[in-house]
Design a protein around this ligand. Structure first.
Ligand SMILES: *Cc1c(COP(=O)(O)O)cnc(C)c1O
Length: 408
């Protein structure tokens, strides 16, 4: 008899987007003439930058020629892309990450989800609340949690975000070996300062812990004081891994390309206290279970680092950030306290009432779909997430409708 991994039985059904879809469908059925605006999605809406498209097409054409055809590529990614990453994303900020420290992949979701398998099941895990659910569910699947109690699992440590800490919880009171951090944050849009990240790096150095730093929204940072990489923090190269993605940066959600950075100086230990290179461990895992990102896609990603590519990506980010500033302004004018929307495409709004109640009210009165904060964890109750990934036209229309609904 083939038996299942019993840990899967502990997983809570992910109700959030299913429940949203259900309520939206019911509303549309009752109001067939209303055009619904979706401000809840965590997906981009604008097409790929021209420079990426051109390189993508060129890559495909190369596959058509006997001489230029490419079969399996290097598992870690082509040198041309890893070199461009090292120079443009790290050396330009004074961070000495090399092409060797970089592993190109098909997504930060897979990488943040898979990385935990390098570690012992006895590792104590610290997870943010509210949270991107991938960090939680993959550790449940691996067997690092107990059973679910409400929206939480026994055995995990939850780092609680609140307005008091600006949704940037510190290491005080945490006793963990594996620590998940995400800045700029999904869903709260909060960003961490150098001082705040330094506290986590110091904690990890002192306790021989490891930080898994998800920087999927790094490109949305505009404040020059906010670090783009955990490796801008002294000591982080010994205790951190960073996940980056082209999904939100350059509209690659459907194209698929991301990368993970593991500095050569980052070490971990076995039960006897012997030291291991984390880069070697991940290399062993990655080259066993992954066969590389397609060549045309890596060509398209490398085009992000050309002069045209940089300008076009900036235009894309500026477009969404203009949306974010409109949303933030309107929500503040409506009297709500908000997080995010400045260095992040998400605006996290304290509605002062139940998340689903707000969701229903805005759907019914304004025909706008938001994301209930409670779907991201118990600390999200009372909040809603508004996404800036939409057309300017839709954002303006949605904000008008919401403002009117709030007054009625
Ligand atoms: C969108 C997102 C990612 C990126 O995932 P991909 O698999 O690269 O598309 C990673 N982390 C967070 C928090 C995200 O919101």
């Amino acid at each position: 008899m083939i038996q299942i991994n019993e840990n899967y039985k502990k997983l809570q059904a992910s109700y959030l987007f299913v429940e949203i879809a259900k309520r939206v469908a019911e509303f549309q059925k009752k109001n067939p003439d209303k055009s619904i605006i979706k401000m809840g999605i965590g997906d981009v809406t604008k097409p790929l930058p021209e420079a990426c498209l051109k390189a993508f097409h060129d890559g495909v054409d190369e596959m058509a020629g006997e001489a230029s055809f490419k079969g399996y590529g290097p598992e870690k990614g082509y040198e041309f892309l890893r070199q461009a990453i090292a120079e443009n994303d790290f050396h330009s900020r004074g961070v000495s990450i090399t092409a060797n420290d970089i592993f190109v992949s098909d997504g930060a979701k897979c990488d943040t989800g898979n990385f935990q398998e390098l570690f012992s099941n006895s590792s104590r895990v610290a997870i943010p609340d509210p949270v991107y659910p991938v960090y939680v569910d993959t550790n449940v699947m691996a067997g690092r949690s107990g059973v679910a109690k409400g929206s939480r699992y026994e055995g995990f440590q939850y780092m609680e975000g609140s307005e008091a800490n600006g949704f940037v919880p510190g290491p005080e009171g945490v006793e963990a070996d594996l620590i998940y951090l995400c800045y700029p944050n999904n869903p709260t849009g909060a960003v961490a300062t150098k001082e705040q990240l330094q506290k986590w790096v110091d904690y990890a150095l002192k306790n021989k812990a490891l930080i898994l730093f998800d920087a999927a929204y790094e490109a949305f940072i505009t404040d020059p004081e906010i670090p783009h990489s955990i490796f801008e923090i002294p000591g982080a190269e010994k205790v951190a891994v960073e996940f980056r993605s082209y999904s939100k940066t350059a509209g690659f959600t459907g194209t698929r390309c991301a990368y993970t950075v593991i500095p050569a100086s980052c070490v971990v230990w076995d039960a006897e206290g012997n030291e291991y290179s984390l880069q070697n461990l991940w290399n062993r895992r990655h080259s066993t279970k992954f066969n590389g990102v397609s060549y045309p896609v890596q060509k398209a990603a490398a085009a992000i680092y050309t002069e045209e590519g940089k300008a076009q990506v900036k235009e894309l980010i500026d477009y969404y950030m203009n949306n974010a500033s409109i949303i933030l302004k309107k929500m503040k004018e409506a009297g709500f306290s908000c997080t995010g929307g400045v260095n992040s495409p998400y605006i996290w709004v304290n509605t002062g009432r139940d998340s689903w109640e707000t969701f229903d009210m805005i759907l019914n009165k304004a025909a706008v779909v938001l994301t209930p904060g409670s779907g991201f964890g118990q600390c999200g109750e009372g909040y809603i997430r508004i996404s800036a990934f939409n057309s300017l036209e839709n954002v303006e229309k949605a904000m008008d409708r919401i403002t009117k609904a709030l007054k009625s």
